[in-house]
Design a protein around this ligand. Structure first.
Ligand code: GLC
Length: 582
């Protein structure tokens, strides 16, 4: 993989995930019953025999499918790549496969190669085409991956098809791998032009050797095709965060965050929990400022159209992008060493783009040394302090202020408060190891959402920039900080469960030190924040005082934990909020 390929991935910034298949025609319902999990899992949820599930193909005739419409909708919303499910866990190919007749051309009355039409439309509209391929799970095949009856279930469901194929010992994953997965992946990489990336998912039973073989195969056929981290065994070209997981801080490794628009990937009639357009553009800015790509999912209906609430939202995102003239492609992440309490920042050429979530009357930006040549709102610059004077809040989804600067960006890299708030992210600090910690090397395990979680059994920074495994007394993180202004600061800790869909757990006593001051507190759930997928909370820890011009180290350490599950709580930030008026 060349640096130019990684750069292309990063420059793309915003992509559309499309989950579409036979499951879309069921919309999450089977025999009058609605399912309670993600729609593309309907076959496993209801343990639908292959004979009945495959019969859906005989009726699959999505006459409203129009590849140009899909691609243009993505393009208008500012998206720069698509990732389309060529084969999901159900094993049905949405393209003309020569390896298996269980495909859209041969098994449906529709008879069109959807992937080919999409690839051509992508070419016409200069959209990059990515392909999702479930490389281990295949419920249609008797040898599809099945970790077996002893292995933990996926939210109560079987990972592999144990309803049609209950004899676990008769299954040979390597046969499936050789006879279907590798052959279909070869078809995908040889028949549809340049593929931007291959999105593998749920590595489950793949051996490291098979992972290497797959990686080598992909790069031999298309050297510029990037491989998602969910290939397994750390073999991806870019990392895939957990489903709906957002990072704590910036990462050096190319990363992507896959997100749902409601609570499912594949279309579900009964999922009305649609996200607002304001949330979407905020998430885009928040991820991009951390150098992470935002992959936003659409689950088209069984007839090939996008659900109306998704269309409505994408139209609003398109209108926002166009009216605010927002740059998405090729932007750089936030160049300041900390984030802002009122919004997010990206850089496009010689312009800083500030996305203002909380509309105050004055925004104070510290540490910017460049001369400002123009700004879309009135401003005052004095030394390294830039003050933006905001007009009445405009009614756009997320107001964007553009600040043009002269010369190369020159920003004070000391950690200091921004608009009275200092957010300290573990990846910008130093890890402290407690006495009991002993390094035994990096391992990987699977999260509940099938994401691969790195597991350094010692206190460390994970791929999302959070502090993980900080359970031994003395484990923690420290940051050198600088306070241009003195004052009292309210200190709080932001923690997040590293496991998908697991509850927030406190039960940890921490100690915060700064100069000669010490705070000791038990993490409490004082305020829930963020999404339900990775439960997060803010815990108040007490008050610290800083003198004007003071530079010192602030650190947080675990003193002890009283519940085993507290081990799973990552530290995503320490927040210092100035109490005096600014
Ligand atoms: C999980 C689900 C899968 C979905 C994917 C999207 O791995 O099992 O159905 O396609 O997440 O990120």
């Amino acid at each position: 993989m060349e640096q130019a390929d990684i750069d292309r991935f990063r420059q793309a910034r915003f992509g559309m995930f499309i989950h579409w298949g036979l499951y879309s025609s069921l919309g999450g319902r089977w025999q009058g019953q609605a399912m309670d999990y993600i729609g593309e899992w309907v076959q496993s949820r209801f343990r639908i025999p292959n004979h009945d599930y495959a019969a859906l193909a005989g009726q699959f005739n999505p006459l409203n499918f129009n590849a140009d419409d899909w691609v243009k909708t993505a393009k208008n919303a500012g998206m720069n790549y698509l990732v389309f499910t060529a084969k999901h866990h159900d094993g049905f190919a949405l393209y003309h496969s020569r390896t298996s007749r269980y495909n859209i051309v041969e098994a449906t009355p529709f008879g069109r190669d959807v992937l080919r039409e999409l690839a051509e439309a992508c070419h016409r509209h200069e959209m990059k085409l990515g392909i999702y391929y479930s490389h281990c799970l295949d419920w249609h095949e008797s040898d599809g991956a099945d970790p077996g009856p002893e292995s933990p279930k996926n939210f109560g469901m079987s990972w592999g098809n144990d309803w049609d194929y209950p004899d676990h010992h008769a299954k040979h994953f390597s046969r499936y791998f050789e006879n279907k997965a590798k052959k279909q992946i070869t078809e995908l990489l040889t028949g549809y032009g340049p593929v931007f990336l291959l999105w593998f998912d749920c590595p489950l039973t793949l051996t490291q050797e098979q992972g290497w073989e797959l990686r080598t195969l992909v790069h031999a056929l298309q050297p510029h095709c990037l491989i998602s981290g969910r290939i397994g065994h750390g073999l991806g070209d870019f990392g895939s965060l957990g489903d709906n997981q957002h990072p704590a801080g910036q990462s050096d490794f190319p990363l992507e965050s896959p997100n749902t628009l409601n609570h499912t990937w594949g279309f579900k009639w009964d999922d009305h929990g649609w996200m607002g357009a304001q949330q979407v553009v905020g998430d885009l800015a928040a991820l991009n400022e951390k150098n992470v790509n935002y992959l936003l999912n659409i689950g088209p209906c069984g007839d090939g159209s996008f659900p109306e609430p998704a269309m409505d939202l994408l139209r609003k995102v398109a209108a926002w992008r166009q009216s605010a003239q927002v740059a998405i492609q090729r932007t750089q992440p936030n160049p300041f060493p900390q984030s802002f309490p009122w919004g997010w920042c990206t850089v496009s050429g010689k312009t800083l783009q500030f996305f203002v979530r909380d509309w105050n009357t004055r925004l104070v930006i510290s540490g910017l040394r460049n001369k400002i040549t123009s700004c879309t709102v009135p401003f005052a610059q004095s030394g390294e302090t830039l003050t933006l004077v905001l007009p009445e809040r405009d009614d756009s989804l997320l107001p964007v202020i553009k600040v043009a600067f002269a010369g190369e960006l020159d920003i004070d890299q000391r950690l200091m408060p921004q608009s009275g708030v200092l957010l300290l992210i573990p990846s910008t600090g130093t890890v402290c190891h407690g006495a009991l910690a002993a390094g035994t090397g990096l391992t990987a395990s699977r999260g509940a959402a099938a994401e691969v979680m790195e597991e350094e059994p010692v206190c460390s920074i994970d791929s999302s920039g959070a502090l993980t495994q900080w359970q031994h007394p003395g484990d923690g993180a420290g940051w050198p900080v600088y306070f241009p202004l003195g004052g009292a600061y309210q200190v709080s800790a932001l923690t997040e469960n590293r496991c998908h869909s697991a509850p927030w757990v406190g039960a940890r006593t921490v100690e915060v030190t700064f100069s000669n001051q010490t705070l000791t507190a038990v993490l409490n759930l004082d305020e829930k924040i963020g999404s339900a997928y990775y439960s997060k909370a803010v815990s108040e820890l007490g008050t610290l005082h800083a003198a004007a011009g003071e530079s010192a180290t602030i650190s947080i350490k675990t003193l002890g934990i009283s519940l085993k599950d507290a081990v799973n709580m990552n530290l995503t930030a320490i927040k210092l909020q100035q109490l005096d008026d600014r």
